[in-house]
Design a protein around this ligand. Structure first.
Ligand SMILES: [Zn+2]
Length: 200
């Protein structure tokens, strides 16, 4: 057996490739260098952003569940969750119809359910909403100095996001297809209820 070896360095994915020539045949082996891969990912920020994405998906999912709960109750399908240090501390959905309420939009309902909190707590929170917050809910976000909001979509309705941004709030819009579909279907079936909700 005649074997000669040549080795390549680390690839981007952190795998180690060993190339051997055995009896005239070219054989390659790929070793996953897990420790190196992990370190590489941490260094490059890939692991961090994946973790962030996973969390964002989970929280948006929770907001969507709230929106669906509202729809099942005969209400407007908008949901919201308040997240403190990676944990949900409040959930809510639009209850204009259910409670005959003029203020229980999803975000207001969520903040109400989270209860009375200190300014120092709001400062560490992220508010998720399936839809771009309206002027009333945006006002509450600015008032309580919530530093970061994640918005499911702003295709079917766009609140005063520029104003919210100008007040130092980080606004992330995901344009999530499920959120868009929920609103599109609702507006199509009950346009009068939707117009009432946004004061039109
Ligand atoms: Zn609102």
């Amino acid at each position: 057996m005649i074997a000669s070896k040549s080795r390549s360095g680390l690839s981007v994915s952190g795998a180690f490739v060993e190339a051997n020539v055995v009896d005239g045949k070219f054989i390659t082996k790929v070793y996953k260098a897990r420790r190196i891969t992990k370190r590489f990912k941490e260094k490059s920020g890939i692991a961090q952003s994946k973790e962030l994405k996973r969390r964002m998906d989970t929280f948006l999912q929770a907001a969507i569940e709230e929106a669906r709960k509202g729809l099942a109750e005969g209400g407007i399908p908008i949901g919201s969750v308040l997240v403190l240090d990676g944990k949900i501390i409040g959930r809510g959905h639009n209850q204009r119809v259910q409670r005959d309420s003029v203020i229980h939009h999803a975000e207001m309902n969520c903040l109400e359910n989270a209860g009375r909190l200190k300014a120092s707590v709001y400062k560490r929170c992220v508010l998720y909403s399936t839809l771009s917050p309206c002027p009333m809910c945006s006002g509450a976000i600015v008032l309580y100095k919530i530093p970061h909001i994640v918005v499911g979509e702003n295709v079917t309705f766009k609140g005063p996001e520029e104003y919210v941004c100008s007040q130092g709030v980080k606004v992330e819009v995901l344009q999530d297809p499920v959120c868009i579909q929920l609103m599109r279907d609702f507006i199509k079936t009950k346009p009068e209820l939707w117009n009432e909700d946004i004061g039109e």
